[in-house]
Every structure is written in structure tokens, then in C-alpha cells.
Design a protein around this ligand. Sequence first.
Ligand SMILES: [Mg+2]
Length: 118
Amino acid sequence: MAKILIVDDSKTSRKILRNILEENGHEVVGEAVNGKDGLEKYQEIKPEIVTMDITMPVMDGLEALRNIMDMDKTAKVVMVTAAGQKTKIVDAVKYGASEFLTKPFEANQIIEIINQIK
Ligand SMILES: [Mg+2]
């Protein structure tokens, strides 16, 4: 069981992720609607794992990832990517992302990755 913070601007994506994680025994300790909100909630909640969407308003997932890793080198951030984001994936690896999930969400992939890094 891991304590997870979900960062995604899409309410539907947050709901799908939450359901998959909770059905598999994980605890969703918070939800954030953009990178800035995610950064604030990370400091406040100190989750074990963060799922981080890339495309979000206010502050995108890459900038939020960079800020979280600056604050906490041991942070485990799983980036949520969509088709056509190869360049952003390369940047996320450079900034220290732990793993990648692809949209549309697939329960088996998500659970396998969370169990691997927790
Ligand atoms: Mg998005």
C-alpha cells in the first residue's frame, strides 16, 4: 500500500486513477489540479508517490517535477503521458522522473508500476 498524490487538471482522469489505485489497496492522500497546486500539496502532505500529468494550466507537469525534485531528491514522481510527448518524456527523465504511465489509463500497467517503485 502506498500513499499517493494525484496531480492532473482533468477531473475525469483523477477519478479514473483514484478508482484504480483504491481498488488495488493504495491510498490516495490528495488531488491537485495543476503543477502549482501539486507542488503545494506535495510539501503539505509528503506523499510516497506522485502521479503527475504533463499538460496542465498554470504550471505544467515538467516544471512541477523539477521543483519537487529540487526540494526532495528522493521524491518518486510517475509522469502521466499522452501520445506525441516524446520530447517531454526525455526532459522528464533528465529531471528525475521515476516512471511513466500512458493515457488512456490501463489498470494493470498502473498497478505494476506503482508496486515496482513504492
Ligand atoms: Mg492534462
